[in-house]
Design a protein around this ligand. Structure first.
Ligand SMILES: Nc1ncnc2c1ncn2[C@@H]1O[C@H](COP(=O)(O)OP(=O)(O)O)[C@@H](O)[C@H]1O
Ligand SMILES: [Mg+2]
Length: 224
């Protein structure tokens, strides 16, 4: 089980010569297998934080630790490998590749890790089964409902058994009932797999499902 630590993270954007700070000394930790919800209004810096935590973007200062590894001290190829091996992502707009079938979408993380096609497919089918989408393997994403697409995205996020799952407003594009189902599925699968999860959202729908709730407000973290 993975442990995550964010330490004195600072990030600002520079647009047209203007300096726009997002946060300047953000610190928190997530214990192994813990499910933490991070609530913050639109524009509070949630996506920026997730991009820093996954190594897609670099901070101006501070560090992100995956167990004993300092993410931004790694060279780019190692950082990419860590991301592919150890992190799963779920996004607001599902981000399934429209030209690939649902099964191919779910198999993709394994293929990027160099697994053989047959093995990747077997795991993809099992992951789809876990999210209640057995037999949807050959369909294209556009033929699925929003809730089904998000369940396929959850299968893709977990197919390689990552230690950490990062979810960016996973219910933001779903109606309330479907969103509730998606949160239930995410938390059930994370607990079953011992996956450490950070669930970022502006909705308090998810707060009940989490072990702990943090609030991101004016560049600061508050909460238990
Ligand atoms: N690539 C970018 N360039 C410049 N400013 C950005 C960029 N991404 C986000 N921002 C700004 O940073 C702030 C935080 O954005 P974001 O992390 O997307 O917030 P959230 O995900 O909580 O809605 C916002 O004011 C936004 O306009
Ligand atoms: Mg966002």
């Amino acid at each position: 089980m993975s442990m995550l630590r964010v330490e004195n993270l600072r990030k600002a954007y520079h647009i047209g010569g203007e300096h726009q700070p997002v946060f300047d000394a953000l610190s928190f930790r997530i214990g192994p297998g813990e499910i933490v919800a991070l609530l913050g209004e639109s524009g509070s810096g949630k996506t920026t934080l997730l991009n820093l935590m996954s190594g897609i973007d670099s901070p101006d200062a501070g560090s992100v630790w995956f167990d004993g590894i300092s993410l931004h001290q790694l060279q780019e190829p190692d950082r990419t490998l860590l991301r592919r091996e150890r992190i799963g992502f779920v996004f607001q707009f599902f981000n399934l590749i429209p030209t690939l079938t649902v099964g191919e979408n779910v198999a993709l993380p394994l293929e990027l890790l160099g697994r053989k096609a047959g093995e990747a497919r077997t795991h993809a089918v099992a992951a789809l089964d876990e999210v209640g989408l057995a037999r949807m393997e050959g369909r294209y994403p556009e033929t699925l409902s929003g809730g089904e697409q998000q369940r396929a995205a959850i299968a893709r996020a977990l197919v390689h058994r990552p230690g950490v799952l990062l979810a960016d407003e996973p219910t933001g594009n779903l109606d309330e009932n479907t969103g509730r189902g998606v949160i239930g599925l995410l938390t059930t699968l994370a607990r079953r797999g011992g996956t450490t999860m950070l669930l970022v959202t502006h909705s308090d729908l998810v707060a009940d499902a989490a072990d702990r709730v943090l609030h991101l407000r004016q560049g600061r973290i508050a909460g238990s």
